[in-house]
Every structure is written in C-alpha cells, then in structure tokens.
Design a protein around this ligand. Structure first.
Ligand code: NAD
Length: 296
C-alpha cells in the first residue's frame, strides 16, 4: 500500500480518492476550494493545508484538475518538494502539449510520471470502474497500474508521454461527431415518418451502428439508461464535450491533422453551449437540431 497525495477533490477527484482509501492506501487530499475541502472532510478524507504539505511524504501524487494551466501550475509548485523516486500521475483531461511539458518537468527531477486521463464519468469514479488511458515509460506504467486499479477497471498503456491524452481526445472527437450524426439521423427519420424504435432496431445492428446509438441513444425509449429518458440531465455534460472537442482541434492544429468532422462537431457544440446548454447532456443537442436552432 502506498502513501498517496490527491490534489483536486471535485466531482471526479473526491470519489476517486475515496476509492484509494477503501483499497487500503494512506491518502492525503488537497483542494483550493473551501466547498471541496468541506465535502472531502465530511466524507472522511484527511486533508493537508497546502499543496506542498500534501506531497512531502507521498510516494504517489495524483492530480485531477480542470485544465492544462492548473496542472502545469500545481506540478511546477510541487515538483521540488516531492520525495525521490515518487510517481506523479495526472488524470485530468488536458492538452497534449501541457501533458508533455509536465512529463519533462518531472523527468528533470528524476521522478516518474504518467498522463492518465479517464473515461467513465462521475458514475465510473464513484463505482471505481473508470478506464485509464496512460502515457509514460514502461517503468512508470508498472508503478502506477496497481494504484489506478483501485479506481478503475481498465488500465491501458497507450505509449510514451502524452499518449494517454492523445487517445482521450481522439476517442472523444469520434464520440462528438458520431453523436451529432446520430441525432441528425433520428431527426431526419422523424421528418420521414419513421418510428424511433424502428430506426434503432435497424441502425443498432447495421453499418450505421455506434456507441452513440446502442448505449446512449439520443431519443427516449430504445436505451432505457440513456439521458434522453431523464430530461437530458448529464450524463456527460455538453460543456465537457465541448472542452474535449476543442482540445482535439488544438491537437489537430499543432500536429497538422485535417479533421473537418471534428471541427464541425466542435462548432455545433460551441453554439449549443453558448445558447445556455451547459448543464445539459451532450445528447441533448438533438433538440437544437430538431428545432433548426443551429441552422443560420
Ligand atoms: P471539478 O471542477 O469538479 O473539480 C476540479 C477541482 O480542482 C475543483 O474542486 C477545484 O477547486 C480544484 N482545483 C483547481 N485548481 C486547483 C489547485 N491549484 N490546487 C488544488 N485544487 C485545485 O472537475 P471534475 O468534473 O472533477 O473534472 C476534473 C477533470 O477530469 C477535468 O479535467 C475533466 O475534464 C476531467 N473529466 C471529467 C469528467 C466528468 O464527468 N466530470 C469525466 C472525464 C474526465
């Protein structure tokens, strides 16, 4: 069992830290927000008063923060205070460039590092069933895997520094584009007088099949667990999908990849979120497509 510092105790971080405690690790948490600190204390998590106090005795440090700038700032602050031989894991979803920059920062101090973003959302964080997509050396992956197993059910080594973030943005670019395409097909079907269930029965077993239809169908009925049956409450909020699509476009621009479908999906989610749909599930974009709100 390891001494673990966990920084960033928000919607994802707190339940992840609690799963580490349940697995028998010694966990000390830190968050800047008084509300997050209060929730963590109420849940029984031990807290440090500062980022530096949090990491001084830790063998493993996990960060679960909003964006690349937060991760860079925290890693820059703590990297000199972390014990020799420690492993730093960032599980936030951030840009590939920042992920590679913090790997370098850790490497320069002789520390092990992994970028290990997750999929599975808050439900997966609570249940301990997240998928971790990891980037880093084989040595860092071997050191991190037993810790990540306390919070997830699939731990995948995707390659070197930044490969986990690369896998995450590629996956979510596919998800954003297929969700828009699936919503468009259901709206077209409505206008052609085709029943939702009939379209589902065909698409879910035909060449148009994807996770967006079979596991997360954007209309009520065919998949009882999808947010469409729950007033489009997230699930996976449209604002988070937008964040990931923008990261995919940033990555595409810096790598020189041509991603017109990803760009179109990013543009549509930008408009959907700008209309106030921040706390709506990303499959709720079907309502805007149906009303033609997104058409100039
Ligand atoms: P959140 O906003 O609920 O939590 C982030 C926490 O980080 C906050 O409590 C904030 O106070 C804290 N924080 C910010 N700066 C800090 C600092 N310098 N030191 C210490 N704490 C600091 O966000 P979340 O939903 O928990 O998401 C965290 C990350 O996981 C994001 O990168 C997000 O994109 C990713 N993610 C979220 C989901 C999801 O469904 N929520 C799913 C997959 C991935």
């Amino acid at each position: 069992m390891a001494d673990i510092a966990f920084m960033g105790l928000g919607n994802m971080g707190l339940p992840m830290a609690l799963n580490l405690v349940r697995a028998g690790h010694g966990v000390t948490g830190f968050d800047l927000s008084p509300a997050a600190r209060e929730a963590a204390t109420a849940a029984g998590l031990a807290l440090a008063d500062s980022a530096l106090d949090c990491v001084r005795q830790a063998q493993v440090i996990v960060t679960m923060l909003p964006a690349g700038k937060h991760v860079r700032a925290v890693w820059e602050e703590i990297v000199g205070a972390v014990p020799e031989g420690a492993l730093l894991i960032d599980s936030s979803t951030i840009d590939v460039e920042s992920a590679r920059a913090v790997h370098e920062l850790a490497g320069a101090q002789g520390l092990l590092a992994l970028d290990a973003p997750v999929s599975g959302g808050t439900g997966g964080a609570v249940a301990g069933t997240l998928t971790f997509m990891c980037g880093g050396t084989a040595k860092a992956f071997a050191a991190g895997k037993p810790v990540l197993e306390a919070m997830g059910k699939r731990i995948v080594h995707c390659g070197g520094a930044g490969a986990g973030q690369a896998a995450k943005v590629c996956n979510n670019m596919i998800l954003g584009a297929t969700m828009v395409a699936t919503c468009e097909a259901f709206v077209l079907a409505e206008k052609l007088g085709l029943d939702h269930q009939a379209l589902f029965d065909v698409v879910s077993t035909s060449s148009g099949q994807s996770w967006s239809t079979t596991s997360y169908c954007p209309v009520p009925g065919p998949v009882p667990t999808s947010p469409a049956n729950n007033g489009y409450k997230p699930g996976f909020a449209a604002a988070l999908m937008l964040k990931d699509l923008l990261l995919s476009q940033e990555a595409a621009a810096s790598a020189g990849a041509v991603t017109p479908m990803g760009a179109a999906a990013a543009g549509l989610y930008q408009r959907f979120v700008a209309e106030g749909s921040v706390e709506v599930d990303f499959s709720g974009i079907i309502g805007f497509l149906r009303e033609g709100t997104l058409i100039d």
